[in-house]
Design a protein around this ligand. Sequence first.
Ligand SMILES: C[S@@+](CC[C@H](N)C(=O)[O-])C[C@H]1O[C@@H](n2cnc3c(N)ncnc32)[C@H](O)[C@@H]1O
Length: 185
Amino acid sequence: MKKNFILDYAHLLLKQYISFDDIVVDATMGNGLDTLFLSEISKKVYAFDIQEKAIFETNKRLTLHQITNVELILDTHEHINQYVDGYKAVIFNLGYLPNGDKSITTRTDSTIHAISSILPKIPLDGFIQLVVYTGHDEGKKESESLNIFLSELDSNLYKVIKTELPYQDNYPPYIFMIHKVKDES
Ligand SMILES: C[S@@+](CC[C@H](N)C(=O)[O-])C[C@H]1O[C@@H](n2cnc3c(N)ncnc32)[C@H](O)[C@@H]1O
């Protein structure tokens, strides 16, 4: 394990559930670390961000690693279904771009709107992974709303797992995994 325990742990979970014939979505591309990781364990990755800087940084990273199975899309993750027909999993690393403009952050309404549009589209055994940060104001609101929203999902259809560091100071991030275990209808 490297120094960011929760991010490493999130990657371990992805490795467990994603295979080389899966199509996956990185809903928050940022600097492309997660996009690169996903590209190495799946068939194809679609990565979204609303910032040109994210596209630039991620493209640079993927080129350096000679990665060719990724499509980078400059648009909000609320529009994923307009670009991608089917996917096994969607991952969100919430918050703002590290070393970037902290005012451009994921927001409660758009995050929940995106998740609501993704849930009906993920297949049985598909999942959404969220890495959630509570150490800034918008992140705290986002975390509170997500906890309420996810608590109201039908637990026969979705198993929600929360992985956190309860005894660590300084607002460590935590992980939600939302697994679809039964089809709607
Ligand atoms: C914590 S960073 C992601 C880090 C990234 N996964 C990595 O490996 O470097 C969060 C990113 O979400 C992006 N973002 C914020 N709102 C968004 C939205 N509505 N749709 C897509 N991306 C968004 C931000 O621009 C920022 O780059």
